[in-house]
Design a protein around this ligand. Structure first.
Ligand SMILES: NC(=O)c1ccc[n+]([C@@H]2O[C@H](COP(=O)([O-])OP(=O)(O)OC[C@H]3O[C@@H](n4cnc5c(N)ncnc54)[C@H](OP(=O)(O)O)[C@@H]3O)[C@@H](O)[C@H]2O)c1
Length: 247
């Protein structure tokens, strides 16, 4: 089986750090041409220089629906196709609901759910078109969370958005299966990225978790690469990856 991604155009949202950056690198190593989406232009520029080739950057706030739709249009105009969409951009805090800021809840739904929906909506027809080409399939990979499968007494809104991503993904999978667009969900456990520093509330101290208590971004990138390099007949719908010591 060839697991080469030569000739494949892959868009990764949230490519400026963490899991998105690692995923972009891993897909490029397999030969894919990358379109990198996020707000921080300097980070995207540095990564695009590292990846070389026809890598494009798209500086966009994906919480802005019009801008998100426009960015996917830009990707398709630039590369002429879109074979793989990795919806990875996300945000969330582990704050208790009581005393939390409603603006923080809105910021979470705006990117984790509304942003993902806008990007996916804009990408549907290009993906269906790509699936009719020689590769025989196209891929949507939605980066959810273990919080998309279970809930805890903090992070209620984060968990709500990730559960919604799971429901959206499974329905979309069923609808797009006849068009050979595979839809999969990757659900990371605790992963060392910038995310824990951004939210309100209880920031986990990753260093105290030890080597077996926290994943690296590349571990999640591996799961994404596995999904999109299967033969056309194989659809890996869901991968839950936790550090070995996570409960
Ligand atoms: N780290 C974990 O423990 C963990 C666990 C489970 C799931 N996840 C999920 O993994 C995904 C990636 O997160 P990460 O851990 O890699 O965190 P990260 O290092 O903070 O990366 C988040 C990425 O999302 C982008 N982003 C956020 N808001 C955006 C917006 N409004 N418009 C465009 N881009 C935006 C950020 O780019 P800019 O700031 O440059 O825009 C950044 O590239 C998220 O969906 C997260 O929920 C993470």
């Amino acid at each position: 089986m060839s697991d080469s991604l030569h000739g494949v155009v892959a868009a990764v949202t949230g490519a400026s750090s963490g899991i998105g950056g690692a995923t972009a690198r891993a897909l490029a190593e397999r030969g894919a041409t990358l379109a990198l989406l996020a707000r921080r232009e300097d980070r995207l520029t540095t990564l695009a220089e590292d990846l070389g080739g026809a890598t494009s950057i798209h500086v966009v706030d994906l919480a802005d629906t019009e801008a998100a739709v426009g960015a996917i249009g830009e990707v398709v105009a630039r590369h002429g196709r879109l074979d793989v969409l990795v919806n990875n951009a996300g945000y969330g805090s582990l704050a208790p609901a009581r005393g939390s800021d409603l603006a923080d809840w809105r910021a979470t739904t705006a990117i984790n759910l509304d942003g993902l929906l806008a990007v996916t909506h804009a990408a549907l027809e290009p993906l269906v078109n790509a699936a009719s080409g020689s590769r025989g399939v196209a891929d949507v990979v939605n980066v959810s969370s273990d919080a998309g499968r279970r809930v805890m007494p903090v992070g209620a809104v984060y968990a709500a958005t990730k559960h919604a991503v799971g429901a959206f993904s499974e329905s979309l999978r069923q609808e797009l299966a006849p068009a050979h667009v595979r839809v999969g969900v990757v659900e990371p456990g605790i992963t060392r990225t910038e995310l824990p520093d951004k939210g309100e509330g209880d920031t986990p101290d990753l260093d105290s978790l030890g080597e077996l208590g926290v994943l690296e971004a590349a571990d999640i990138a591996d799961a994404v690469v596995y999904m999109v390099t299967r033969p056309a007949r194989v659809a890996v719908n869901e991968i839950l990856v936790r550090p070995v010591e996570q409960d």
